[in-house]
Design a protein. Structure first.
Length: 131
């Protein structure tokens, strides 16, 4: 009897885990995005990052806009990069980089990579984060 009970418990745990993962995938897939845009959910799913996913080899410094929505669908931050990128750093921070045309010899890349902290509502350079 214990063997059967243990088998049932394991089977239920497996099904529950699979259903939770499927529900998370369905939620991400249900995010509506316009053509040329993509969306990425934060860890925990409290925010969604929308960003332009366009490439133009003839214009490597093409402006790419991005914004973050909260669970209510309200915009909490928006910005853009020129030839750079944007990505989640953790559940409440986004890293974005816009390479300069000419880099100042006194700067390193971490001085130019920006972090936006949703909870603090502020941006700072990646080099400031490591201090």
């Amino acid at each position: 009897k214990m063997k059967i009970l243990a088998t049932v418990i394991i089977a239920l745990a497996f099904v529950a885990c699979k259903n939770t993962k499927q529900a998370a995938n369905d939620k991400i897939q249900s995010i509506e995005v316009a053509d040329g845009w993509e969306a990425s959910e934060s860890e925990g799913g409290h925010y969604v990052l929308h960003y332009q996913n366009i490439e133009d080899i003839s214009n490597p410094r093409l402006k790419k806009e991005f914004y973050i929505l909260d669970a209510k669908g309200e915009k909490v931050f928006e910005s853009s990069t020129y030839g750079g990128y944007v990505k989640w750093l953790d559940a409440t921070k986004v890293e974005y980089f816009s390479p300069p045309g000419v880099m100042n010899p006194n700067d390193n890349k971490d001085d130019l990579i920006m972090i936006y902290d949703i909870e603090k509502k502020m941006s700072y350079s990646k080099s400031e984060l490591s201090k």
